[in-house]
Write a protein that binds this ligand. Sequence first.
Ligand code: XMP
Ligand code: MG
Length: 189
Amino acid sequence: MTKSDNIDQIIDRVLYSQDDIQKMCQKLGQQLTQDYAGKDPIVVGVLKGAVFFLTDLVRQMDVKMQNDFMDVSSYGDGFESSGKVRLDIDVEADVKGRDVLLVEDIVDTGHTLKFMKEHLLKRGAKSVKCCALLNKTERREEDVVVDYYGADVENEFVVGYGLDYLNEYRNLPYIGVLKPEVIQANLNR
Ligand code: XMP
Ligand code: MG
């Protein structure tokens, strides 16, 4: 991100600052440290958005763990859920009999989380829980439990700190609301 990208034309307002995000990570990290003590979990980040959150979160967890990643896609056109989830990259680790903690950037309709939970349980995981940075409950279509999350968000499209619009803006250090005009302009193209 450079100054020439003129971020003010893209971002409506900052929703969570760098400081807010670090506080969320600390709080979640403390809770997860308690809940996963002695469990030796596999902490799985969902590519690509959750990578930014995962690296901050696990450094706040004083727990023996392994880290892995998986990649799924559901968003065909950049912002609207298609409802269909495809597994692009599976976890490398053998999850059989293991406690798995999925780390997500945001849970929206819940299709992605439902798919991943079912997939990991089918592969024999002992437990599968989810820690998401953000929880957008208003658009939920699946009855999924987000076991841990940093903050609620309204039905607005957010970018930054891993969250993207058309694979851009992930590197913003804060979470901001994308101007609806930006989405509209792309739809009209
Ligand atoms: P579902 O709808 O399956 O989707 O819960 C979860 C995935 O959708 C993406 N998503 C967003 N990405 N800003 C983003 O940058 C948003 O406001 C947003 N809402 C949903 C995200 O990739 C998440 O993993
Ligand atoms: Mg995602």
